[in-house]
Design a protein around this ligand. Sequence first.
Ligand code: HEM
Length: 495
Amino acid sequence: MSPLLLLLLGLLSLLLCLLRRRNRRHGEPPLIRGVIPYIGKALQFGKDAHRFLEDHRKKYGDIFTVHIAGRYMTFIMDPLMYPSIIKQGRQLDFHEFSNKVAPFTFGYPPVINGKFPGLKEQIKRSFNLLQGDGLKSLTESMMGNLILLFRQDHLREGGSWKSSSMFEFCFTIMFEATFLTLYGGPPAGCRHSGMGPLREDFLKFDSMFPLLIAQIPIWLLGRTKAIRKKLINYFLLHRMSRWSNTSQFIKLRAELFEQYDTLSDVDKAAHHFAILWASVGNTAPATFWATYYLVSHPEALEAVHQEIHSVLRLSDMEFSSDRDITMSRDQLEKLLYLESAINESLRLSSASTNIRVAQEDFSLRLDTERSVSVRKGDIIALYPQSMHLDPEIYEEPQTFRFDRYVQDGKEKTDFYKGGQKLKYYLMPFGSGSTMCPGRFFALNEIKQFLCLLLLYFDLELEEGQSRATLDPSRAGLGVLLPATDVRFRYRLRKV
Ligand code: HEM
């Protein structure tokens, strides 16, 4: 195409954008458009979503609409209004968004009823295996796999200090242990070969994740398409059929996909790959933050360490470093301070957006007094990070307090805003019917990892480093990564 034609087309689309420019109607929230057509405020939002929203809340109040990358997003900033959004099922839909974005990102065809009758419902049903009895066996299997990796890779060393990068350490263990737990491994308890390159490809894909979610065509993203293909190919049937100890969850999904001739082998593998991302993409950084905050707060580390020993003693188990330790689901539930420390680190590091799409023009009721008009196709968004860092709800919100969620020996659940008790005060896993189905497994596996780490090792941060900070590039999409990795030292405890 000639440069002149390109220029003309560019000017024409600019003119069309300006003509179709949206104006605020009566009853609608304040509208923030930005000067660049289509892009709107996407760049400012992407740079630091939390600050962007806080600045606009101060200027426009608790409800405002922002033009971001071609969509109009109405942010509801007051957490007292969250319940009315979360319970709105009929006119606000989550799946319209995820059904489009997830297939685009992970490379499988949209799960639409015409082509794959009943598949969507059955996929949803498979999530039940991440809870109840399914969770019990997943937790047992995860414990065995964590012990295997700790024994083979870290517990053989003598009692001298070893130095490592903390994110890499957590990520390497959680990636492989979660993989073995969900998908199984080579027979006779062996480990997969090629985990290192798989992990590296996963991280490369993960760094492009925000752009894929923003629906930037994959061919514009360098080698991402080839990397995704390699990741997907890892799950082709001829490989998976050789693995043993595969979880019921993955087995059921594999059987389900076999019922659909309309799904190619690569499509099925892409579905399995999507679960790998869902199960590690947030859990690995969450494990890092919990470890980092505990290691950088020695009093918290000691309190949690003592709690783990007391829970073991309750079951007449005495820890000894030459014996394998197991923590059952029931024991994990008793670790109140450990759970609080993990929740506190999720409060400080998670930044997901809860998204619903308006199915029609309607008046959205926010509380007994207020409602706003929304238009069909607009996105209604909750951004819980703003609530997690609200000083009215959480005193000194930037400070890590490992026992923030414990009161009188029980889980603390009462947090207030404007004198009113909040129904939702911690939302790293989303909300309502679309809430993360893997949340119980995620909490258990992070607890198991930390139990082993704290029981077996003395841990210290290396001196001369600045505090770990959040890399905002995944803001809106889950748990944030650290801007740079942190060096730490570990040594086998003398027990
Ligand atoms: C700390 C770890 C984790 C965090 C913070 C997290 C967070 C989330 C969030 C925010 C969502 C979207 C929910 C919504 O928009 O309302 C989600 C969805 C999902 N998560 Fe997790 N997750 C974690 C771990 C896991 C694990 C371990 C698994 C699986 C074993 C998992 C499986 C899924 C699946 C399958 C979905 C999509 C659900 C659907 O389509 O309805 N997640 N997660």
